[in-house]
Design a protein around this ligand. Structure first.
Ligand code: ASP
Length: 328
């Protein structure tokens, strides 16, 4: 897997802040010590180190675009990146060799749309938005989602890259399903944004756990689990082993905790602790949550060290290393 390249501006990078979307390798972009807390609007925030995605979202927000367009266009950058093996085109397949994609989107009015286990369509987030805007439904799955996408003008695309195919062939030699913690430091992209009007939207898209069972769906396209937005309160989104996020309806929980007065950081920490409480004897998996409240304050928390999230405001973009429940 090739890492994307980020150019660096040495003087500003030292502060963890740069003024433009800049490319070099993710490894080379240094993390800042303190998460960004200053409530500055507009703002976009996303899981992991998806700099090109937040830059795209920021481009839209800066021009006065809506939070919905920002998160939609932002996460699409990763869906289209063939070097990203965990989202969209080029994602790792299930154990039968089929790439099945999950995505959901939610707007300021609580409207939402999702596609589950959809094959052959490169931009599931766009289909999810069409589900939200063009159908009386919230979720379409499998063949129905694919058929709907064709009816909406989406093209059939072979999503299994040669690299993914080779990795799958290699995996079949042992066929052990063992999700790797912090795989390549970027898994699902979940993105939240607040636009200049103060409205919040979110999007989440993934190819799911590599070598999952055929038909398996994780948290990412499930409203309330992988993503939740309430325009009165804030939004939250997740990455990691989706089964555990579904069991606690993680993103909804975090938004509700913020409604009760917790900061985004405190709410994410409580979300992780609820998962830990259900897994007292087994913590060999990663979960990362990020959240934003109506003021633009942000937070993030995870089980194992290594998760990070990005924010992008008029002050530039910042990589926030997430605090973790386990320290090493
Ligand atoms: N949450 C995704 C899923 O369970 C995977 C991930 O974020 O790595 O499908």
């Amino acid at each position: 897997m090739k890492r994307r390249k980020f150019l660096r501006n040495s003087s500003t990078v030292a502060a963890g802040i740069v003024s433009a979307p800049i490319l070099s390798s993710y490894k080379e972009v240094p993390a800042v010590k303190e998460p960004a807390k200053a409530p500055i609007l507009p703002i976009t925030i996303c899981t992991w180190n998806f700099g090109n995605a937040t830059a795209k979202a920021w481009e839209i927000l800066e021009k006065g675009g809506t939070a919905l367009d920002a998160v939609h266009q932002g996460v699409m950058v990763e869906e289209n990146d063939l070097n990203n093996s965990t989202v969209g085109n080029g994602g790792r397949p299930d154990r039968d060799g089929n790439v099945t994609l999950d995505a959901c989107i939610m707007d300021k009015d609580g409207n939402c749309g999702a596609v589950l286990a959809m094959q052959n369509i490169a931009n599931p987030i766009s289909v999810a938005r069409k589900v939200m805007e063009e159908t009386p439904h919230v979720m379409l799955a499998g063949k129905g989602a694919e058929q709907f996408a064709y009816e909406q003008g989406f093209e059939k695309t072979d999503l299994l890259t040669e690299e993914s195919k080779q990795a799958w062939e290699e995996w079949k030699k042992t066929s052990q399903y063992k999700p790797i913690i912090n795989i390549e430091n970027h898994d699902t992209i979940g993105m939240l944004a607040i636009d200049a009007d103060g409205d919040i939207a979110g999007a989440c898209t993934t190819s799911g756990m590599a070598y999952k069972m055929a038909g398996r769906v994780g948290d990412s396209p499930i409203i309330g689990a992988g993503l939740f937005v309430d325009n009165e309160v804030g939004g939250a989104t997740a990455t990691g082993v989706g089964e555990e996020v579904v069991r606690t309806v993680g993103s909804f929980l975090i938004v509700e905790l913020m409604r009760q007065g917790k900061s985004p950081q405190e709410a994410c920490e409580e979300g992780v602790k609820r998962i830990i409480a259900k897994n007292k004897d087994k913590q060999d998996f990663q979960i990362g949550f990020i959240a934003i409240n109506k003021k633009g304050e942000t937070g993030g928390y995870c089980i194992h060290p290594g998760f990070s999230y990005r924010t992008y405001t008029k002050e530039g973009h910042v990589i926030n290393p997430s605090d973790s429940y386990l320290k090493s």
